[in-house]
Design a protein around this ligand. Structure first.
Ligand code: FES
Length: 587
């Protein structure tokens, strides 16, 4: 009996010996003299003409539209725009749905289901009679899930994201997503009345579209563009804007061209493309979640990125974009400055200009022709917000395999810190205990929230805010140093070391921290240390620990058995491609 991956390889190779089972189905099936007839007949139930069901290429429009996902509600209209583009370019478009995941409406966490959605996307692309696919996504996990699935399926693919929603106005001031969390804290502290909270609810989501800051959704939209998997200039156009619909038509036409050229995702998603995306990510201080998602997408192609690569790129790439939460500026400001193409122009000396962009040009050509007005949100590499990237990898005795800190969103005075730990065994406990007036904490305390990782939670849920103890909040403390093996949106103030790996649930040192232990953070040198000697840690490790009961059924059981740690992308181990280039490059 071999290892699990050896057994899997034997199964794959024996499958490919059976005629028909190893080849993904394509639109060619409709012209097959034997098999085509029944398929055409059924397809015509949708009102397609005799000519339409014979046209090639057939482009699937993979839509994560759902009324359970308000961020993605604009995708139904976008699908029609894409369909127009496909038809005008000579193809036939067929829209199909997939799982859709909304950050606020899915419990316990979308991250638990990201991999399931990616499997849905992969299998629907692979098993449907289509020659290529347009991926329509928006809310945080829907973007990486579709890219992961498409990378594994291997058919030509291009993405169009939903775009950010409009700003709201509250108390005569513009309000974006990040403000919502601060206003929720004000409500908890009694500084916002119930009537005002109702009024905020009325106006908060002013339109469809994704959260209107550089959180995970917009970061991943930018990543899709930087990877060459979306047309240049698409990420920031607001949801519902006429320009987004016209970009939908262009995306449909581009999908036809990609299918005709049989350009598989792995021809676009190269090592150079991932290097470029990581540079863009750290240069804009984008979402820390993107580190996990990029690793997972690359893993589907057998390209392990690893935190060493991020560490190197972050040390070489200055932080040049100051959009909230990594600075005071807005997405509109970034759009005015020229958006992603303008950022590529700034970073051009560091980028691989030969990598493919989404419209068939190279990244170098897109950067060269970028337009946009000078704006203080986007600086040059000679005059950056900081000489290092906005994200930094921390390592040390508290995080042997790494941790990520968004330095660009942390106050510089907190980049180096030493303080005693206050440990919460899970997020719920942290929320409950934060109101305890007897909690022993000062502004120097390091808040530790553990058992929030991929196995421990499970699913590595996104923590909205690690609560500052009430007594400190009343004293005016608004920012603290925090450490967790979980994830977080870009909404926390203070300095937060995230994705501590290994997590507590698999024996990581974060599970051994006790109240009062000294923790050292140095975001300039990339250090996260627990100042407890090894003998004491070994003694603590030998003590029995209570754990969460193992799930006994369903997808959750599969997930916990197979999920990888954060530094490996939190994918399921059997979905990672172990052999780069093993798959055919074309259908
Ligand atoms: Fe969907 Fe924020 S909740 S992008």
């Amino acid at each position: 009996m071999g290892t699990r991956s050896e057994v899997r390889s034997q199964q794959v190779s024996s499958r490919s010996d059976v005629a028909g089972t190893s080849e993904p189905i394509t639109g060619a099936i409709f012209s097959d003299p034997m098999a085509g007839g029944p398929k055409r007949m059924f397809l015509r139930a949708g009102g397609l003409s005799r000519q339409a069901v014979r046209r090639r290429p057939v482009i699937g429009i993979c839509s994560s539209w759902s009324e359970l996902n308000p961020c993605n509600l604009g995708l139904r209209d976008l699908a029609e725009a894409v369909r127009r583009g496909v038809t005008a370019a000579g193809g036939t478009a067929l829209v199909f749905p997939t799982i859709s995941l909304h950050e606020q409406l899915v419990a316990p966490t979308t991250m638990l289901l990201r991999n399931l959605m990616s499997m849905d996307v992969e299998e629907m692309i692979r098993c449907s009679p289509i020659d290529g696919v347009v991926l329509l996504a928006g809310c945080d996990k829907t973007v990486p899930a579709q890219l992961m699935g498409a990378a594994s399926a291997g058919k030509p693919a291009i993405m169009l994201t939903a775009g950010p929603r409009s700003w709201a106005r509250f108390r005569d001031a513009p309000v974006v997503t990040d403000d919502g969390w601060k206003l929720a804290s004000e409500f908890l502290e009694g500084r916002l009345s119930a009537e005002e909270a109702d009024e905020l609810e009325d106006v908060f989501c002013a339109s469809v579209g994704v959260c209107n800051v550089m959180g995970t959704a917009n970061t991943m939209a930018v990543m899709a563009e930087a990877l060459g998997m979306a047309l240049p200039g698409t990420a920031l156009v607001p949801a519902g804007h006429a320009q987004r619909a016209s970009l939908g038509e262009l995306t449909g036409a581009r999908a036809v061209a990609l299918a005709q050229a049989e350009t598989a995702p792995e021809a676009v998603l190269t090592e150079a493309a991932f290097d470029n995306a990581l540079r863009v990510l750290v240069a804009m201080g984008g979402s820390t979640n993107a580190v996990i998602h990029l690793e997972a997408i690359a893993g589907r192609l057998g390209l392990g990125l690893g935190l060493d690569r991020l560490e190197r790129i972050s040390a070489e790439t200055p932080w040049v974009l100051g959009v909230r939460p990594s600075g005071p500026f807005s997405l509109e400001d970034f759009d005015e400055a020229g958006g992603v193409p303008a950022l590529l122009r700034v970073l051009a000396p560091l980028l691989d200009g030969d990598a493919a962009s989404g419209d068939g040009r190279t990244v170098g050509q897109v950067a060269e022709r970028a337009r946009g007005r000078p704006h203080p949100c986007l600086r040059s590499m000679d005059d950056p917000f900081d000489r290092d990237g906005g994200l930094v990898v921390l390592r040390g005795s508290l995080a042997p395999r790494g941790s990520i800190l968004k330095r660009s969103a942390a106050p510089p005075e907190m980049w180096t810190h030493k303080g005693p730990a206050l440990v919460f065994d899970d997020y719920r406990t942290a929320l409950e205990r934060s109101f305890d007036p007897n909690l022993q904490a000062t502004a120097d305390t390091v808040l530790v929230v553990r058992n929030a990782g991929p196995v421990g939670a499970p699913g590595m849920p996104e923590i909205d805010v690690i609560p500052i103890p009430f007594s400190l909040r009343q004293g005016g403390v608004r920012e603290m140093v925090c450490v967790t093996d979980g994830r977080m949106s870009g909404t926390q103030s203070g300095a937060v070391a995230l994705h501590v790996t290994p997590e507590a649930a698999v024996g990581g040192p974060i599970g051994l921290v006790r109240d009062g232990d000294e923790i050292v953070l140095d975001a300039r040198r990339g250090v996260l240390d627990l100042l407890v000697d090894e003998q004491e840690l070994a003694r603590r490790a030998s003590e029995p620990r209570s754990g969460r009961p193992t799930p006994i059924r369903g997808y959750e059981a599969l997930y916990v058995d197979h999920v990888l740690q954060a530094d490996e992308g939190c994918d399921l181990d059997f979905l990672v491609d172990q052999v780069p280039g093993r798959r055919r490059t074309n259908a």
